[in-house]
Design a protein around this ligand. Structure first.
Ligand code: SME
Length: 162
């Protein structure tokens, strides 16, 4: 259950995301800014990163882009691997409250307890995703999900402008 202070923080961060979106000159700048902002401002967002589909790769492959948090060995992920692969393959947000209980989970850090992955759509097709890990169980409420989906949508719209 989200508290009032969580809601206030989420509103504040959403406003900052809007500002970043108006100031960023490229989609890359926007992604960099969002990764930094979410990691710094949202206490439970301990790793924040973008995975983008490699153009022309067959079979499709997700490649790590801008991120904030500990280095990860998972710099390339195929669509049949991990929670990241599941979100990209289905085009649906995946929220995992306890990664230990999800057999799809690819471990990045032993500290990670929960995860959210939100697909990014460009002209109606999955082009990548925004992945967030938390050191806390069930860190991602419906409000968090809305915030992360909002960020992913802005990135998708920005990529459409290219
Ligand atoms: N846990 C992800 C892999 C990426 S790391 O979290 C940064 C997964 O299961 O796909």
């Amino acid at each position: 259950m989200a508290t009032k202070s969580d809601t206030g923080k989420i509103d504040e961060v959403r406003n900052t995301v809007d500002r970043l979106n108006s100031e960023a000159r490229t989609a890359d700048q926007l992604m960099k800014g969002i990764a930094l902002l979410l990691n710094q401002q949202m206490l439970k967002y301990n790793w924040v990163g973008f995975y983008m589909l490699e153009p022309g790769a067959n079979p499709p492959m997700l490649a790590l882009g801008s991120y904030q948090g500990a280095m990860t060995v998972h710099t390339r992920i195929s669509l049949n691997q991990g929670i990241c692969g599941a979100a990209a393959a289905s085009g649906k947000t995946v929220v995992v409250d306890d990664v230990k209980k999800d057999p799809r989970y690819l471990a990045c850090s032993i500290e990670t307890k929960s995860e959210i992955v939100v697909p990014i759509f460009v002209h109606g097709k999955v082009a990548g995703e925004l992945d967030i890990d938390s050191h806390f169980l069930a860190a991602f409420t419906d409000e968090d999900r809305e915030l992360v989906e909002y960020c992913a949508e802005l990135v998708g719209k920005r990529l459409e402008r290219k």
